[in-house]
Design a protein around this ligand. Structure first.
Ligand code: FMN
Length: 361
C-alpha cells in the first residue's frame, strides 16, 4: 500500500474502516498556526456518515483527537497526528465478502495483491471512511489557504444524469460555495437529484454523479510543470478518493471537440490585472495557475455495494456464486465526496504553495 503523499506537506493516512481508529500524520505544516476547531468540526460533519437521508446509516461522530503537533491549539512544527476512533462497526456484515468479491469494489484485486490477508471488514483500507483523515488535513489546509485569501468550494454538478447549474467560470465567488450536506445551486435540480437517489435506494441500487469544484484567489504562476504541475498534483490526490473515476480541468474533454478559435480564451485587462474574457482553460495553463478561477469536475461512480442480488464467484471453489451484499452503504457517494474534493484541492495547493516562490503578476 502507498498511503503517503506530498512533497512539502507530507501526509500519511492510516487505519481501516473497522480498525480501532483511523487517522493522519501531517509533516511540514507551518508552525505558529492557530487551528479553528469549530470550523474543523463543521467541515468534518459535512463528510460524516449517518447525518442525511441519502447516506449510509452508520453513525460516527468523527471528532478527531490530536495526539501531537499542537500546543494549546497552535501548530508547533512537530508532525501533527490526529485520530478518529471507529465506534459503529458491524464487522459480521462482511463475512461473505472474504470468499465472494463484490462486483466493482476492490475486494478481488486486493485479495490477490495481499494474499487474502487484506482487511475486508467495511472495505478495510479501501473504504470511503479513509476520506475522514483526508478531510482533517484538508480542513487545516483550507484554514491556512484562507489566510492567503485563497478559497475553495464545490457543489454537486450532477447525480444520475440530473444536472445542476454550473459555476460561472469567470465570476465564481464565495457566495456560490455552499456548505450544507447536499450542496446544489439550483433548488429544482436538488429536489430531482434527491428523488433520484431515493428511487435508486428503494430499488436496491445506487447512482453516481459529478462534483464541480472551484478555487479563487490563487496567485498567477503556481505549479511545477511538467510533472508536478497543478493538474498533476490535484489529479494524483483526487484518485486517492475511492470511487473517483474521472477528472477534467476547465472544459476538459469538450476541448477535444472544438477548434482553436472556439477554445482559446482571449486576454484582457480588468482593474489593472491580466485576465481572460472566458475561462475554458479552467485557471491552469502549462500546469501553472493563470489567476482565473481554477475549475475542475470530478466523476464519481455509483456505489458498488448495492442491495440487489449480483453475480460473483467463490474464490476458493471458483464456482459462480450469487452475492447479497450486507452492511450499510451510501446509495450515492457524491454528496459525501464533495468535502473530500475540497479537501484534496486544499492539500494539493498547500503542498505546492509551501514549495513555491510567489512572483508578482
Ligand atoms: C465518502 C465515500 C463513501 C463511500 N461509501 C461506500 C459505500 O457505502 N459502499 C461501497 O461499496 N463503496 C463506498 N465507497 C466507494 C468504495 O470505497 C470504492 O468504490 C472502492 O474502494 C473501489 O475503489 P474505486 O471505486 O476507486 O475503484 C465510498 C467512497 C467514498 C469517497
Amino acid at each position: 500500500m502507498s498511503s503517503v503523499w506530498g512533497n512539502h506537506l507530507k501526509i500519511t493516512v492510516f487505519g481501516q474502516s473497522h480498525s480501532e481508529a483511523i487517522g493522519v500524520v501531517i509533516d511540514g505544516f507551518p508552525a505558529g498556526f492557530r487551528v479553528d476547531f469549530e470550523a474543523l468540526h463543521t467541515f468534518l460533519a459535512r463528510r460524516a456518515p449517518g447525518n442525511a437521508a441519502f447516506a449510509t446509516a452508520r453513525k460516527e461522530a468523527d471528532i478527531p483527537e490530536f495526539v501531537s503537533g499542537l500546543v494549546d491549539g497552535v501548530t508547533c512544527g512537530a508532525p501533527i497526528c490526529a485520530l478518529i476512533r471507529n465506534t459503529d462497526t458491524r464487522s459480521g456484515d462482511y463475512k461473505n465478502i472474504a470468499q465472494c468479491p463484490r462486483p466493482s469494489h476492490a475486494d478481488y484485486p486486493a485479495h490477490v495483491r495481499y494474499d487474502g490477508f487484506q482487511d475486508v471488514r467495511g472495505g478495510g483500507h479501501f473504504s470511503g471512511r479513509l476520506t475522514a483523515p483526508l478531510c482533517i488535513v484538508g480542513a487545516l489546509c483550507l484554514q491556512y489557504l484562507q489566510t492567503k485569501n485563497i478559497r475553495i468550494g464545490a457543489h454537486i454538478a450532477a447525480v444520475g444524469g440530473i444536472a445542476d447549474t454550473p459555476f460561472d467560470a469567470v465570476n465564481v465567488c464565495d457566495d456560490h460555495f455552499l456548505t450544507d450536506a447536499f450542496p446544489v445551486l439550483s433548488e429544482t435540480a436538488k429536489t430531482a437529484m434527491q428523488e433520484r437517489i431515493a428511487a435508486a435506494r428503494a430499488d436496491g441500487d445506487s447512482v453516481g454523479g459529478v462534483i464541480e469544484a472551484a478555487v479563487i484567489g490563487l496567485p498567477v504562476g503556481i505549479g511545477e510543470p511538467p510533472f508536478e504541475g497543478l493538474e498533476n498534483r490535484i489529479s494524483s490526490l483526487l484518485f486517492g478518493v475511492p470511487a473517483v473515476k474521472g477528472v477534467e480541468f476547465g472544459n476538459g474533454f469538450e476541448a477535444a471537440t472544438l477548434t482553436g478559435s472556439q477554445n482559446n480564451d482571449a486576454y484582457c485587462v480588468k482593474n489593472g490585472e491580466i485576465k481572460t474574457v472566458t475561462n475554458r482553460h479552467g485557471g491552469i495553463l502549462g500546469g501553472l495557475s493563470t489567476g482565473m478561477p481554477l475549475l475542475c469536475r470530478v466523476a464519481v461512480k455509483p456505489t458498488p455495494s448495492i442491495a440487489k442480488e449480483q453475480q460473483s464467484v467463490n474464490l476458493q471453489t471458483k464456482e459462480p456464486q450469487t452475492l447479497v451484499v450486507n452492511g450499510r452503504h451510501d446509495p450515492c457517494i457524491v454528496p459525501r465526496a464533495v468535502p473530500c474534493v475540497e479537501a484534496v484541492l486544499a492539500v494539493a495547493l498547500t503542498d505546492t504553495i509551501l514549495g513555491s516562490v510567489i512572483h508578482e503578476a
